[in-house]
Design a protein around this ligand. Structure first.
Ligand code: ADE
Ligand code: ZN
Length: 326
């Protein structure tokens, strides 16, 4: 009858997870030593103490700085392995993980190092835990579209192992319209499309993600609730929203977890899912995210079953694979 046991026991997919955001302070410290990289922190405790944010950009600055300890294929494999081990313990059976190649290629780390390291971790997770996974290549929206095209070109030899493209980083001032052409190109190559929208940005950005990027899934989408016509559109098209409660709290998208809209989303008929976003920075993995909103918003067990089910129906798995999980 323990809620944690109940949620852990539900088979779940995780659909909104930045692998660089799963870099725990302990591993950051260990990799800094292994690679002889100087970091501006003297201890794991000092790193954790720096994780206090008032908006998305505060977090992004520290998240990109932290990623500097990732240098070798082995580092990316170890990063992925640590996440998958933790996710498997939470009852995650399938994960579609984001990675930000530009964060690494802009520091001189070849795309190959990032991709092969992550793929090695993914293969290990499947062998070890039966946990399947897919990669989603995210373009950094604070950079320009030419840089996104360069990244897609660098990814070319790996595109058979990449499920889709996404859009992340600083949202306000960088609307989806800025990336219409790269998304059209990527979709033309058979890649799925997702985008962060309506986290800090206005409902208009969600409209653009739908109408200009033709997304298959919406990351966050909280602010879509401000627009009834938009909400209706998302309901009627069965769009999956990858919602991240503890992230919303830590980045001050909401003032209090008690104000989280996930139950309003479910009542409106939206296909909401629960995800951890950047668990090393926001204080919890997927089960912690379910429990935080379950307690704060009085979710029923039926609601939690619905959320877990939505995570598979909203995944990029085939109908047959989804049926195996449900
Ligand atoms: N990159 C990593 N986490 C992110 C988030 N929550 N929003 C935008 N970009 C991100
Ligand atoms: Zn995110």
């Amino acid at each position: 009858n323990d809620p944690r046991q109940f949620v852990t026991g539900l088979p779940k997919a995780e659909l909104h997870l930045h692998i660089e955001g799963s870099l725990e302070p302990e591993l950051m410290f260990a990799l800094a030593e292994r690679n002889k990289v100087a970091i501006p922190f003297g201890s794991v405790e000092e790193i954790r103490a720096a994780y206090s944010f008032t908006r998305l950009q505060d977090f992004l600055d520290i998240y990109y700085a932290g990623a500097d300890v990732l240098r070798t294929e082995e580092d990316f494999r170890d990063l992925a392995t640590a996440y998958f081990d933790r996710a498997a313990a939470d009852g995650v059976r399938h994960a579609e993980i984001f990675f930000d190649p530009q964060t690494h290629t802009d520091r001189g780390i070849p795309f190959q190092v990032v991709a092969d390291g992550l793929l090695a971790g993914m293969a290990k997770a499947e062998a070890r835990h039966g946990l399947t996974s897919q990669l989603i290549l995210c373009f950094l929206r604070h950079l320009d579209e030419d840089a996104a095209f360069d990244t897609l070109k660098a990814a070319d030899p790996w595109l058979d192992r990449i499920a889709g493209v996404g859009l992340d980083s600083s949202e306000v001032g960088h609307p989806p319209s800025k990336f219409a052409r790269i998304f059209e190109t990527a979709r033309g190559m058979g890649l799925k499309a997702v985008a962060h929208a309506g986290e800090e940005g206005p409902p208009e950005y969600v409209w653009e993600a739908l109408d200009l990027l033709h997304i298959d899934r919406l990351d966050h989408g909280n602010r879509a609730l401000e627009d009834d016509r938009l909400t209706t559109r998302l309901v009627e098209t069965g769009m999956t929203l990858t919602v991240c409660p503890l992230s919303n709290l830590k980045l001050c998208v909401i003032d209090d977890i008690a104000a989280h809209p996930v139950d309003r989303m479910l009542k409106a008929g939206l296909q909401a899912t629960i995800n951890s976003d950047d668990p090393a920075y926001f204080g919890g993995y997927v089960v912690d995210n379910y429990l935080a909103v379950a307690q704060a918003r009085g979710l029923t067990r039926e609601d939690m079953v619905t959320l877990a089910r939505n995570s598979f129906t909203g995944s990029f798995l085939s109908e047959a694979e989804i049926a195996r999980h449900l």
